[in-house]
Design a protein around this ligand. Structure first.
Ligand SMILES: N/C(=N\S(N)(=O)=O)N1CCCC1
Ligand SMILES: [Zn+2]
Length: 218
């Protein structure tokens, strides 16, 4: 495979919202480019990023490595702007979306970039709430230093689970703290006063079936 390349803009005042299933940062970046690697000749543009976590740090990722789950997984969602006119259209095609997956490992050092997300969560405690992230966000800073990855053709992990995703899952995790994950779990799935904490929001891995898994050791 050709080298995977990416270019992102740094943006402030990105909107973060509580979807009822977790937090999501809307980051449509017409100036962003993800290309190469398993993406053929097409260019993919960043649309949004979000993450998945578990009730404890023993689980939470949506991919596992030799059966091992990580404490969480960040997804940077892109769509194919070479072939399609909109995200919605792209999500109807096997090469429509490209999602970068980054595993979370728990450590003692707070992740400064994730902290920019955590610091807004008290303002979006309930489903439907949103706010702007005052800090400058550069999506590149969420990526691990080692850029080796696995890739395969898969689906969205939330209904309707369209089979429209070229998955690119980095081998090296990034580190977050247990406290940062605890803050994720304090988001509420309800819009009203009732509190139903989003303690976990990951879909367990599905059978690989006859799909080919490829790797790149960048
Ligand atoms: N399930 C999803 N992303 S994911 N978890 O498969 O990366 N999405 C649903 C709508 C847009 C992104
Ligand atoms: Zn996801």
């Amino acid at each position: 495979m050709k080298k995977l390349t990416f270019a992102y803009e740094s943006q402030s005042d990105l909107r973060i919202l509580n979807t009822g299933h977790g937090w999501k940062v809307e980051a449509p970046q017409s100036g962003s480019r993800l290309e190469g690697g398993p993406l053929g000749e097409d260019i993919y543009q960043l649309e949004q990023f979000h993450c998945h976590w578990g009730e404890t740090s023993a689980e939470g990722s949506e991919h596992t490595v030799d059966g091992r789950a990580y404490a969480g997984e960040l997804h940077l969602v892109h769509w194919n702007t070479t072939k399609y006119q909109s995200f919605a259209e792209a999500a109807q095609h096997p090469d429509g979306l490209a999602v970068l997956g980054v595993f979370f490992d728990v450590g003692n050092e707070s992740n400064d970039e994730i902290e920019k997300i955590v610091s807004t969560l008290s303002e979006i405690k309930f489903k439907g709430q949103f706010t702007d992230i005052p800090d400058v966000i550069d999506p590149t800073t969420f990526l691990p230093s080692g850029l080796g990855y696995w890739t395969y053709l898969g689906s969205l992990t939330t209904p309707p689970c369209n089979e429209c995703v070229i998955w690119i899952v980095y081998k090296e995790p990034i580190t977050v703290t247990e406290e940062q994950l605890v803050q994720f779990r304090c988001l509420s799935a309800c819009s009203g006063e009732a509190e139903e904490f989003i303690v976990k929001n990951y879909r367990p891995p599905q059978p690989l079936g006859n799909r080919a898994l490829r790797e790149c050791n960048a």
